[in-house]
Design a protein around this ligand. Structure first.
Ligand code: EPZ
Length: 433
């Protein structure tokens, strides 16, 4: 159903919000349950459309799915009867993370077929590093009519260097190497919190992985893996989005059920901007009563400033005292949303990967369109802090990665509602790209 958010801005957020499980851990852990060929109980799964898509794909592959408790996001997944290694459902094209079925099938049965993934249009997003890893382990990999085929007589451990510290490639190669013969090392591995969470899940299923969270991950192949119980870590990016929303609305919010060290790059930037911060053991209080000081941000792999919090930070800096810059080093076209912010009065120029943001006193509400998941979240923050009413179209992107976002914002005092888009209601919107 085509829906939109309608937001009346100017209301400071206040109160406490509890963060859900990490999308980018959950979307890897779910395909990994295939490696268990048994029963896994996963807790703290976020209720987002990417998770629903993956559960549907698992069901189509023969997994038995039982919801234990919706409130705590607990689901029991039995993959003992998954007896195929071909993931050819059209659902695979609806998200980026579907490519994790390749590593899981390869790891389990030395063979895999999968429709190539979809995902947010923020750059070319090649999968050459995934393929490099699979081939190093001994697989033959081909891509034909939008499907990827991989097969090997057997998989043997290898030393794999990643030219970029790719989250997806690091995780997918771990899947394929878990039951390979011998030892695998992944150097220049991604260190994001969700990479560590996935490695912990694999070890809970009987894998032998050391060094996750560092540049070098060492994997000793095991003969067999098994089911387990596991709880997904809190979502670093959802937490950061709410921290920025609190600061941007001149609010005072306790963002709880997070891991403070995961937030450090954003926390220190918020302090640089003049925002009040109190770090607790599993929460961060964010309070602010003024326009932010201008700062410069450069997105980097973890523990640097996360690219997924680039768009929400840009919105807050659009009302800064002075001129800020954001250099996006991870993706080559992650500034599409700037056009939408300009409609709200922002003064931002983009040259290649650099955005220059001249602070204006206030944004003005209007009709805008989400161009991808995190851009959608950024536009919500823009609507919350703007004068007047903002309508955000294409909010399906936002539902991919945020669990009940409007309910959480309403509980913090926001004036936001989700409504149906009437037929041809948004035809007047200029569809620039
Ligand atoms: C994951 O995407 C996340 N998605 C992204 O979050 C996140 O922005 C990204 O990591 C970086 O942190 C999921 O985990 C499902 P990468 P992924 O491989 O794995 C290049 C969100 O909003 N690259 O780390 O696709 C690539 O083009 C989403 O939650 C290659 O060149 O990211 C990019 O420039 C958006 N070859 C850079 O590496 C490859 O084989 C980082 O990509 C793989 C990647």
């Amino acid at each position: 159903m085509n829906e939109k958010f309608v937001i009346t801005g100017g209301k400071p957020l206040s109160g406490t919000v509890s963060i859900s499980g990490a999308k980018n851990a959950a979307v890897a852990i779910l395909p990994a349950t295939i490696l268990a060929k048994g029963v896994c109980t996963i807790e703290n799964l976020p209720q987002i459309s990417d998770v629903r898509l993956l559960l549907n794909i698992l069901k189509e592959l023969g997994a038995k799915i039982e919801v234990i408790d919706t409130a705590s996001g607990s689901i029991r997944i039995d993959t003992s009867e998954v007896n195929t290694c071909h993931a050819t459902s059209q659902l695979m094209t609806r998200l980026r993370a579907s490519y994790y079925f390749v590593g899981a099938f390869l790891g389990l049965c030395n063979e895999a077929e999968a429709l190539l993934p979809g995902g947010c249009a923020i750059g070319k997003r090649p999968i050459d590093l995934h393929i490099k890893g699979f081939e190093a382990l001994g697989a033959k990999v081909e891509i034909e009519n939008a499907s990827l085929f991989a097969s090997a007589k057997e998989l043997n451990g290898a030393d794999i260097y990643l030219d970029q510290a790719s989250v997806g490639a690091t995780i997918n190669i771990m899947f394929a190497a878990c039951m390979a013969n011998g030892r695998t090392t992944i150097t220049n591995a991604a260190k994001e919190p969700h990479v560590v969470d996935v490695a912990n899940f694999l070890n809970r299923m009987g894998a032998n992985i050391r060094g996750a969270g560092t540049d070098t991950i060492r994997i000793r192949g095991v003969k067999k893996m098994h089911g387990c119980s596991y709880s997904v870590i809190p979502d670093q990016i959802e937490a950061g989005t709410f921290m920025l929303a609190a600061a941007a609305t001149k609010g005072d919010v306790i963002v709880q059920n997070l891991i403070p060290v995961h937030m450090e790059a954003l926390t220190t930037k918020l302090i640089e901007m003049g925002v009040g911060i109190v770090r607790g053991d599993d929460y961060i209080r964010v309070f602010n009563d003024r326009r932010p000081k201008a700062v410069n941000i450069k997105t980097l792999v973890y523990p640097g400033y996360p690219t997924d919090l680039q768009q929400p930070a840009c919105v807050f800096l659009s009302i800064a005292e002075g001129t800020s810059t954001i250099l996006e080093t991870i993706f080559e076209s992650r500034f599409k949303y700037v056009e939408e912010l300009r409609k709200m009065g922002a003064n931002i120029t983009v040259t290649d990967r650099l955005a220059t943001i001249k602070g204006v006193p206030q944004l003005k509400g209007t009709s805008v369109r989400a161009t991808d998941l995190r851009a959608g979240a950024a536009l919500i923050i823009a609507g919350l802090m703007a004068e007047g009413e903002t309508q955000i179209y294409d909010i399906g992107y936002i539902d991919r990665g945020y669990d009940h976002i409007e309910d959480k914002l309403l509980a913090l005092g926001a004036d936001i509602r989700r409504t149906k888009v009437e037929d041809n209601e948004d035809d007047h919107l200029e569809y620039i790209y």
